[in-house]
Structure formats: structure tokens, C-alpha cells
Design a protein around this ligand. Structure first.
Ligand SMILES: [Zn+2]
Length: 450
């Protein structure tokens, strides 16, 4: 009886849906030149039809639609390109200081993250891969349209070891940890989890997957901003790393590790890790290994003044300077060994730096052509995201302008391949920003139907 009642409710619901469903919105971009996310040249004059959240048609001749509600965008020869992707972002750790992130009311820090998510999208970044932090709630609110922001591929809490990068405990207050005791503050927040054996790693990885992680993040070596982790150390043992790789693999996805040094990178690769974050202190042999194994390198051009964020004479400042010195090395090796290289900014604890997200991308032109730079932040980054397989929350193509792909699009006032500096000033030069077929910004004076 209950089953029959349920069936009737479902059928009635379906009928109701059919009666009230409205056709998906249609937008036509007229007379644009396309940077498609993979090619190094703009297309000739083109017309692009977006229906719902997908790019339905791209044509060299004008597109006529029967729908009276069609929004017509006169591109006037401007460039239509895929939304940008930041492959290493921390949605909830951009604006607060470390002290605020640790100690403030969690509602406050999430509201900060919501405000930052809006700014991120309005900088033209329509997708980010979150490499650590409690991003699940924000992602849900964005996907539901409650908050404006980019698509998020969350890792959930980053997983570390006692004393590792991400262990922010106070040594003389919170140590020794009682095994089986209450969670630490960062664990309660969902920012980082401490695991000191293969079994503990498995538990923590599976918890993040259960919460909705699209990939898993471990810290395999020391970091700059953590108080107890020298840069040269390796943290997880190979069996611990392998436990994470196995648990993630069983779930159809992969592990990315934070690692700067050859030792940390090589151990991670031996354990089956498929993406190295940073890699600034790597050497030739390590680059060769990354190439041979087809592992991804997700790295970034840290800004020159990054070290200034730490007090003069502090250990953190010294570590930052050491990493900065490796930036040229990592990009030279990435090019020399043709590594699969993704672009991310890894902005932490600085709203001012986040506002330079596009400028950080442009700074890649020290090593890459403008076209190579733009391809990396769109089509190539999307290939990395695709490694999440069925764990991707957005089944469809990202990072490209092609028929069938998600309609995540930027209309740029100029040609970013000829003048990539346009990307550094999104407020001025991105005249239209669309994500999932919806227009979030449009400063063109005379679009019809909008
Ligand atoms: Zn990071």
C-alpha cells in the first residue's frame, strides 16, 4: 500500500513538472572571435548559441532562434573564451588570517568565504579545485544558487601527520595527543586531519569521500605557513601514502600531495599519487620521473612579495624565500620534460592577493607564451579536473568552448592572446561573465532581452 501511494505521488509529481516546466533560457553571442581553450589562435567571426547550461551550437553564420526570449549579445568582434580555472585554491582560507581561521566563529569565516566566492567568479574564475578546507557547505550553497560563486571541486580537509604541514596545534598546550581522544580544532573545522598510520589515513580519506570530496589532498612534506614543519622533511611513510591512494582509487578518484622536495615527490609517486602540488624544490631526476609516470604537476608562480607576509627574521619568511627561489626551476623543468602542468594560485590569508588572481596567471608569461598560459588555465586544467571521474559533481566538459560543453564563458573586450594583460584587470575587461548558462555580469550597453 505504501509503495502504491508512493508511486501515485511520484507520477503526479512528474505530471505537475511536465505542466509547469519552462523551456531553458537561450543566449546567442553574435559576432565573437573564439579562444576555445585548446588552440593557440582565435577563430574567425563566429556565433554561439547557449541553451540551458550548455553550448549548443557554434557557427560561422548568424544563428536565428525561434524563441522570443532569446538573449542576444552583440559581441562586436570581442573574444569569447572559457571561464578560467584555478587548480589550487582554498575557498575558506583566502580572507581570514590564520588566527581568525582557527579561533573565530565558524559562521563568520563561512560568510567571508561566500563573499570571496562571489569575487572569485567575478574575476572570471568559473571553476576552482579546492585543495584543503571546509568547502562542502559553500559548494552546496553555490550549486543551489543560494550564494554566487564558482564551481568547486572540494578535497575537504587536507590530511597530514602529527607535526606535518597543516598541524596547527600549540605544542605545550595540546600535546601529547590522547589516542582516541577528542578532535583538534582544525579537525572540528574540517580544515585538516591528523593521521599517523595507514589505518588512520584510510579512515580520514574515506570520511572526506563520504562528505563529497572529488579528490584527496595529503601533505607529503613540509610547508611554508605551518609552524612545525621544516621544508626539507618528508611526512607520510610510503605505506601511509599507499593507503590513501588505494582508498581514493576504490572510490574512483585520485590523491594529490603537497610536496616541494625530490624525496617527498618521489615517495608519493612510488605510492601511486597522481598529482604533485607545488614541486618548487624538485631536481632533474624528479622531473624525469614525473614525466615517465605521467603524473600531473599542479604548481604556481608565487608573487615575489609573498615572503613579506611573514615577520622579518622568522622561520616562515626564510622558508618562503627558499620556495620562491625555486619557482624558476620548477617551470624550467616542467617545460624541459613536457610535464602535464596545471595552473593554480594557492592564495592563502590575503584578500589583496586574491584580487591579483588574474595577474598571477599573467605572470606565467615569464615562461610560457600568452596562448600557452591561457590554454593551461582552461583546457589543460579541465583535464586535471576530469581525473575525478564519476566523483565530478559536474558531468560534462569544462574549460573549452565547443558544442556540448558547459556554458562557462567570458566575453573579453579585446584579444587576450595578443594582449594577455587584459586578464589581469577583469573588472574592466571581462564585460560578460556566464557560468552554467547564467549571466552573472554584463556591462554591455545594448544587449536585447536582458
Ligand atoms: Zn595550498
Amino acid at each position: 500500500m505504501v509503495v502504491r501511494l508512493f508511486t501515485i505521488v511520484v507520477i503526479c509529481g512528474a505530471l505537475l513538472d511536465a505542466q509547469t516546466s519552462v523551456p531553458p533560457p537561450v543566449t546567442v553571442f553574435q559576432n565573437v572571435r573564439i579562444f576555445d581553450g585548446t588552440s593557440s589562435r582565435l577563430s574567425g567571426p563566429s556565433h554561439v548559441l547557449v541553451r540551458g547550461n550548455r553550448i549548443e551550437r557554434i557557427s560561422a553564420t548568424p544563428i536565428v532562434t525561434s524563441s522570443a526570449d532569446t538573449v542576444l549579445i552583440d559581441g562586436a568582434g570581442r573574444t569569447l573564451m572559457p571561464g578560467l580555472i584555478d587548480a589550487h585554491w582554498h575557498t575558506t582560507l583566502v580572507r581570514p588570517t590564520p588566527a581568525v581561521a582557527l579561533a573565530a566563529d565558524v559562521g563568520y569565516t563561512h560568510l567571508l568565504a561566500g563573499a570571496e566566492a562571489r569575487d572569485t567568479l567575478l574575476r572570471g574564475f568559473t571553476t576552482i579545485r579546492d585543495l584543503g578546507g571546509p568547502a562542502f557547505g559553500l559548494k552546496r550553497a553555490i550549486d543551489e544558487g543560494v550564494v554566487t560563486g564558482p564551481r568547486i571541486f572540494p578535497s575537504g580537509a587536507m590530511i597530514t601527520v602529527t607535526s606535518g604541514h597543516g598541524d596547527f596545534r600549540q605544542p605545550f598546550v595540546e600535546l601529547p595527543r590522547v589516542l582516541g581522544g577528542p578532535p583538534t580544532r582544525t579537525e572540528t573545522l574540517g580544515a585538516s586531519m591528523i593521521a599517523d598510520s595507514p589505518d588512520e589515513v584510510r579512515v580520514r580519506v574515506r570520511e572526506q569521500l563520504m562528505l563529497g570530496a572529488t579528490q584527496i589532498k595529503l601533505t607529503a612534506g613540509g610547508g611554508v605557513a605551518s609552524p612545525h614543519s621544516p621544508l626539507d622533511v618528508s611526512t607520510f611513510t610510503e605505506p601511509e601514502l599507499r593507503a590513501a591512494v588505494e582508498a581514493a582509487g576504490n572510490w574512483g578518484t585520485y590523491v594529490a600531495v603537497h610536496a616541494y622536495t625530490p624525496e617527498a615527490i618521489q615517495r608519493a609517486i612510488a605510492a601511486g599519487v597522481r598529482c604533485i602540488e607545488h614541486g618548487h624544490l624538485m631536481d632533474e631526476a624528479t622531473a624525469r620521473l614525473i614525466a615517465e609516470r605521467g603524473v600531473w604537476l599542479s604548481t604556481q608562480p608565487f608573487p615575489d612579495n609573498m615572503a613579506d607576509a611573514f615577520p622579518a627574521g622568522s622561520e616562515e619568511r626564510a622558508k618562503a624565500q627558499q620556495v620562491l627561489a625555486g619557482t624558476d626551476t620548477v617551470y624550467r623543468l616542467a617545460k624541459k620534460y613536457r610535464l602535464k602542468t596545471a595552473f593554480g594560485t594557492d592564495v592563502l590569508f590575503s584578500q589583496a592577493l586574491a584580487q591579483r588572481q588574474g595577474a598571477l596567471l599573467v605572470s606565467l608569461t615569464r615562461w610560457y607564451t600568452p596562448a600557452e598560459t591561457l590554454v593551461m588555465a582552461t583546457g589543460t586544467n579541465a583535464q586535471l579536473l576530469a581525473m575525478s571521474g564519476k566523483r565530478s559533481p559536474y558531468p560534462g566538459k569544462l574549460g573549452v568552448v565547443e558544442e556540448g560543453a558547459f556554458a562557462d564563458l567570458l566575453l573579453v573586450d579585446g584579444d587576450p592572446i595578443a594582449d594577455i594583460k587584459l586578464i589581469a584587470d577583469p573588472a574592466r575587461n571581462f564585460v560578460l561573465i556566464m557560468k552554467d548558462g547564467k549571466i552573472y555580469k554584463n556591462t554591455l550597453p545594448n544587449s536585447v532581452g536582458n
